[in-house]
Structures are given as structure tokens and as C-alpha cells.
Design a protein around this ligand. Structure first.
Ligand SMILES: [Zn+2]
Length: 402
């Protein structure tokens, strides 16, 4: 039997996560990213030319890197690399997946004499064998791909460079502070007019969808500005109720510098803050009866909800991912992760959950139920359910004793 061989189209970058060196490997044909430790990457490297048999790997690893590792461990790692689709597909693997003998034989033939056709066939098979996402998970985030935003992002490149320049960030922060001052000064009027605007839910929903698309485009633009590739933008329905949008910026793993990766994670919120501030200025100067004023109010409402959810450190959303990048720790939410930054995260979470969420929820409950009765109560329950879901799950596990 021929030795296993690493795929030739893989892309790799080195990163430091949780204080250790890891390797992020991209499988371009499947748009997948995997994180490998030093040992797994050393095995993958040793399989690069397909000349080292699994049985010879311990000796080879010892010769190349001075690593002592058992054959059993090496076998496990090779199995794992194959499961991640990082190794070339062999006729035996195709057979194990139940492919026809003719196709398996063709795969073996192409592998030796026609690399281009072999790579195409391999990609087709790997896509076909990709495990199905469970129905419950799909229902939680029902996605519909709209288009590849590459050409739009290329045209918007100058805007991206301007938007993410330090000076623009400072100006945006100043305008946002000014807008906050306006909202605090005019709080009573804002509350009254927001209620009137919400009485037209269709306009509000349409504006919210545009705001969400711009939020996602912000992530895409930041990723593109720093050299990442973005090929997937679309809309989705969260928990079968909340319309939202998505932009696949997984390529941010390949962007150098944790600050830049944090900016990609926060770019959607940054766009939200800009829209929120501009809408506040418009609302302040325009007459209340104008359609533009109602749109501005809908923008203020939609961006506020988006910021409230995305900056919740309990939810695996933008704020959480940015924090992970900044502190260089993965899975901050897991109990077994420790360190100074993790303590800071827990403090922030406690503050957010103990003070900010109850205050916001109380205000929202009074406003929605007081103004819209039953419909307002339903809207409140949906929002509370989404923003407090992790707490609910934790409480459920505690009650069930698991
Ligand atoms: Zn976002």
C-alpha cells in the first residue's frame, strides 16, 4: 500500500494561541480551516511528498525534529488528518465511503497520471462526504447564500482603507459621543417617537435587514482590507424567528496581528455605531413627520439591538470573538480555561449579566409591553430568550445535575 500524502493545495499560517504555537491550515476547496498542534503539523509535513510510510513516521519525526512518539499515537494523528480532509483521497478511502469500484479505480489512475482531474474528483468526493449539519443546528441558523461579495469589496477598497484608518476611528468615536449626548438630552422625545416608529413593523424590519447586511459587509470589508478573502455573504433566520445576515470571514485566521483580527470581529459593530450616530443626527434635525425621520428612528432601534446582542460577552458573537483575539485565549467561556485575562472576562460577564442586562431588559419590558401589549410581550420574550440563552442553558444543566 502506498504511504498517505498531504494534499498539495493546503495553505498554512503559524499563530500563538493560549501561549503555544499552533498552525492554522486552510483547505481552499472546502473553505475549511483547522488548527493543528506542533506534533500534528510535524506529521502533516512529513507526509508532504507521500514517501514516508505510517510505520516509518516515528523514526522520521525523531530524525527531523527530535520528537519521540509511539506508532499508536502517530496512527491516531494520521486518522485525524484524514478525517479533516488534509490528506489525499485514496481509492481505499473512496471504497470505505461506499463509492463504486469503477470510480475508485479511476481515482487511482488519475492520481498518478492526471493531477488536475484527480484534484477535481477529490474535491467533489470530499464535498459529497462532508458530514451533514444536524437539523437542530441548521434550524438555529437557517442560511441562504446571496452572492460572492469579492467584486463589491474590491470596489469598496478605498472606503475600507478610509474607514479603518486610526484618524477615522477617532472622528467616529467623537461623533458617537456627541450622538450619545443628544440621545440622553432628548431621551423622552426619543422614547415617544420610537414607539410611533415601531407601530410600522414592516418598515422597521426592512430597515433592520439593511442594517444587518451593512453590519456584515463591515466585517467583510475589514477582512478584505487586511488581505483576507471573503466569498460568502447571505441572509439567515435565527431560531426561525429573527431575520439576520452573515458574512463568512473565516479567512481572518490568516491575517497577521491580533489587533487586526479583533478589528475584523468588531467591524460590524463599528458600522453599527456609525449608522447609529448618523441616524441620531438626522433624527435630531429633521421634522418628526418625515419618512426619513421614521427611517432614522428604525436605524437607531435596529443598531441598538444589534450592539446590545453583539457586545454581550456571554454570546459567541462579535464582542466575544474580538476579546478572544485580543487576549490570545480560546474558548474563554469554558470552565477549565484559566489565566489573568480569563478572570477579567469573568468580571466583565458578571457586570454585564448582573447590571447591564437586567437594566436594559427592564427598560425594554416597560417600553414594549406598555406600548404594544401582547405583541410587545412576544417581542420582548424573543429578545430576552436570545440574549439570555447561555444563562438559561447553564440553569437547565444545573437543575438536571449535569
Ligand atoms: Zn457581527
Amino acid at each position: 500500500m502506498r504511504p498517505p500524502r498531504a494534499r498539495e493545495d493546503l495553505e498554512v499560517c503559524e499563530r500563538e494561541i493560549d501561549g503555544r504555537q499552533v498552525y492554522v491550515v486552510r483547505v481552499p476547496a472546502l473553505s475549511q480551516y483547522h488548527q493543528l498542534g506542533a506534533l500534528a503539523f510535524a506529521v502533516l509535513e512529513a507526509l508532504e511528498d507521500g514517501k514516508v510510510a505510517v510505520g516509518d513516521l516515528p523514526r522520521e519525526l525523531s530524525r527531523r525534529h527530535g520528537i519521540r512518539v509511539s506508532l499508536v499515537e502517530v496512527g491516531r494523528i494520521v486518522g485525524e488528518l484524514e478525517r479533516m480532509a488534509l490528506l489525499e483521497v485514496t481509492p481505499a478511502a473512496a471504497e470505505a465511503h461506499g463509492e463504486r469500484p469503477l470510480l475508485c479505480a479511476e481515482l487511482g489512475r488519475l492520481r498518478d497520471c492526471d493531477r488536475q482531474s484527480y484534484l477535481q474528483l477529490q474535491t467533489g468526493l470530499l464535498r459529497k462526504w462532508r458530514p451533514q449539519v444536524p437539523l437542530a443546528a441548521r434550524m438555529r441558523r437557517l442560511r441562504v447564500r446571496l452572492f460572492d461579495p469579492t467584486s463589491i469589496l474590491e470596489r469598496l477598497a478605498p472606503v475600507g482603507r478610509l474607514l479603518f484608518a486610526r484618524r477615522t476611528l477617532i472622528v467616529a468615536a467623537a461623533v458617537a459621543l456627541f450622538a450619545l449626548g443628544i440621545q440622553l438630552e432628548q431621551a423622552a422625545r426619543l422614547k415617544l417617537e420610537m414607539g410611533n416608529a415601531l407601530a410600522h413593523p414592516l418598515l422597521f424590519l426592512a430597515v433592520a435587514l439593511v442594517v444587518t447586511l451593512l453590519h456584515e459587509l463591515g466585517h467583510g470589508l475589514a477582512c478584505h482590507t487586511y488581505g483576507g478573502r471573503v466569498h460568502d455573504l447571505g441572509v439567515m433566520l435565527m431560531y426561525l424567528v429573527i431575520p439576520a445576515a452573515y458574512c463568512d470571514v473565516s479567512d481572518a485566521h490568516f491575517i497577521e496581528g491580533r489587533w487586526r483580527r479583533a478589528v475584523v470581529a468588531l467591524a460590524g459593530c463599528y458600522v453599527n455605531v456609525i449608522l447609529w450616530a448618523l441616524a441620531t443626527l438626522c433624527w435630531r434635525v429633521l421634522a418628526p413627520e418625515l419618512l426619513l425621520t421614521r427611517i432614522a428612528l428604525a436605524v437607531i432601534g435596529a443598531t441598538s439591538v444589534s450592539l446590545f446582542l453583539n457586545l454581550n460577552p456571554l454570546l459567541p458573537l462579535d464582542g466575544y470573538y474580538a476579546l478572544e483575539e485580543l487576549v490570545g485565549v480560546q474558548n474563554l467561556r469554558q470552565k477549565n480555561v484559566r489565566g489573568g485575562w480569563v478572570r477579567l472576562y469573568r468580571w466583565c460577564s458578571t457586570l454585564y449579566v448582573g447590571v447591564i442586562v437586567p437594566l436594559a431588559m427592564l427598560h425594554l419590558f416597560r417600553f414594549l409591553v406598555g406600548r404594544f401589549r401582547l405583541v410587545g410581550l412576544l417581542g420582548f420574550l424573543v429578545l430576552a430568550g436570545v440574549s439570555l440563552r447561555p444563562l438559561g442553558l447553564r440553569a437547565w444543566r444545573w437543575v438536571m445535575g449535569s
